[in-house]
Design a protein around this ligand. Structure first.
Ligand SMILES: *[C@@H]1O[C@H](CO)[C@@H](O)[C@H](O)[C@H]1NC(C)=O
Length: 399
């Protein structure tokens, strides 16, 4: 038998030291490896998928202002403006890959689209991201406060994107808003990526209201319209209408893919939201969306949402890309009085399928159009807004 040569007090000290080391190690370890053992490490990635003039900047702000969200508005703008030649279809994989990198907080992907020695201010609409106005990106706005865009623009520009990248890593949710997807298939690799937990919120709006808003912002949209139509040089006179047709087709395609032909990896990851429902019932709709992606509503956000949906002033040309306080419900009805009936009729024709699927009723006459008290949006309960769990329910409702 071996005699224990180590004196008792030394033995106790050693054991205590070992235990201490263990505790420290576990503490350190759990600090770097989040409790959630899923490969996405508990992080949620949200794509706000919409089209131009459909209220997506507003929806983007609803996420951007959330204290748990790192948000970027339209990062693929850089792809479209830098590589513009081949048209929407030719650009979609570059768009997809950029979105994937940004979800992974790898902002080096922006290098391809930036001038030398670029700064945060070269990122499109950067100051609309609350996270880029808050620590660690910028000391200006505490993370749980509402950021003020003009202030941020003045004080939060930085060299390079290192701090933005650091910020991105520090949030539980990365949310990107894009109007440059016209189908879901190119996103399949992201949905299958075990390191991503992607949720898609598809925002649609009555195409007649979209048209009215597009006409007001026609100049600002000209370049994008050319890419949608894959056309160079002067635009045909019916360009607006043809763009609308493409947009409506894409909504139809996306919704059908998600709801009727949904592959396994898409289940529970898609939610359709109508802009009209959002402005009618902002708090309820926003709470539903937060729930869908696992975000909590806060009191600060509740007050802010009330404020921005009940503010004054209608949209004007000057503020085409600004998100201002205005009575959102009034704005969404403006087309009823200001769009000529002939245009309404044409849009109803090219967008027939999408309108009927999403519950927007056509008007049969100018008189009907101008009766603004008549609601042309179907009750939400008659439509399905997120993915249905069982095949049998799906086929009965889809029919
Ligand atoms: C970025 O900021 C630096 C310092 O303010 C400035 O010298 C540089 O020109 C900026 N880069 C670009 C591309 O504007």
């Amino acid at each position: 038998m071996l005699r224990c040569r180590v004196p008792m007090p030394a033995m106790v000290t050693l054991l205590l030291l070992q235990a201490l080391a263990m505790v420290l190690f576990l503490g350190w370890y759990s600090h770097f490896v989040p409790q959630d053992s899923s490969p996405s490490q508990g992080k949620v990635h949200v794509l706000l998928l919409s089209s131009w003039r459909s209220g997506s900047s507003f929806l983007g702000q609803v996420f951007s202002q959330h204290p748990s969200v790192f948000y970027l508005m339209e990062p693929a703008w850089h792809v479209w403006t830098t590589l513009q030649r081949p048209g929407a279809r030719g650009l979609r994989m570059a768009v997809r890959d950029l979105v994937r990198s940004v979800f992974h907080c790898d902002l080096s992907v922006m290098d391809a689209y930036m001038p030398p020695n670029y700064n945060v201010s070269q990122v499109f609409m950067w100051s609309h991201s609350r996270a880029l106005c808050s620590p660690p990106a910028c000391p200006l706005t505490p993370r749980d406060q509402i950021s003020v865009e003009p202030e941020c623009k003045l004080h939060c520009d930085r060299m390079g994107l290192q701090l933005a990248e650091e910020a991105c890593h520090s949030y539980s949710h990365v949310v990107l808003k894009e109007v440059r997807f016209f189908e879901l298939e190119s996103l399949y690799p992201l949905l299958k990526d075990p390191k991503l937990d992607l949720r898609i919120i598809h925002l649609v709006r009555d195409p007649r209201a979209v048209l009215r808003s597009r006409e007001q912002a026609a100049k600002a949209l000209a370049r994008d319209s050319a890419l949608v139509l894959e056309q160079e040089g002067t635009m045909p006179p019916d360009a607006q209408q043809r763009v609308m047709q493409e947009v409506c087709r894409s909504h139809l395609r996306i919704h059908e893919t998600a709801m009727l032909k949904s592959p396994d990896f898409l289940r529970g990851r898609y939610k359709l939201v109508r802009y009209e429902d959002l402005v009618k019932n902002p708090l309820t709709e926003i709470e539903n969306m937060y729930n869908f992606v696992g975000l909590e509503m806060t009191e600060t956000l509740q007050e802010w949402i009330y404020r921005i949906t009940h503010g004054k002033g209608k949209g004007t040309k000057k503020e085409a890309f600004k998100i201002t306080s205005r009575n959102a419900e009034d704005v969404s009805l403006a087309w009823r009085t200001s769009l000529p009936y002939e245009k309404v009729r044409q849009i109803q024709e090219v967008c027939k399928g999408a309108m009927s699927l999403m519950g927007y009723h056509p008007v049969e006459s100018e008189m009907e159009q101008k009766q603004i008290e008549a609601d042309l949006t179907s009750q939400k309960k008659h439509y399905e807004f997120s993915w249905l769990p069982s095949k049998s329910t799906r086929s009965t409702k889809a029919g």
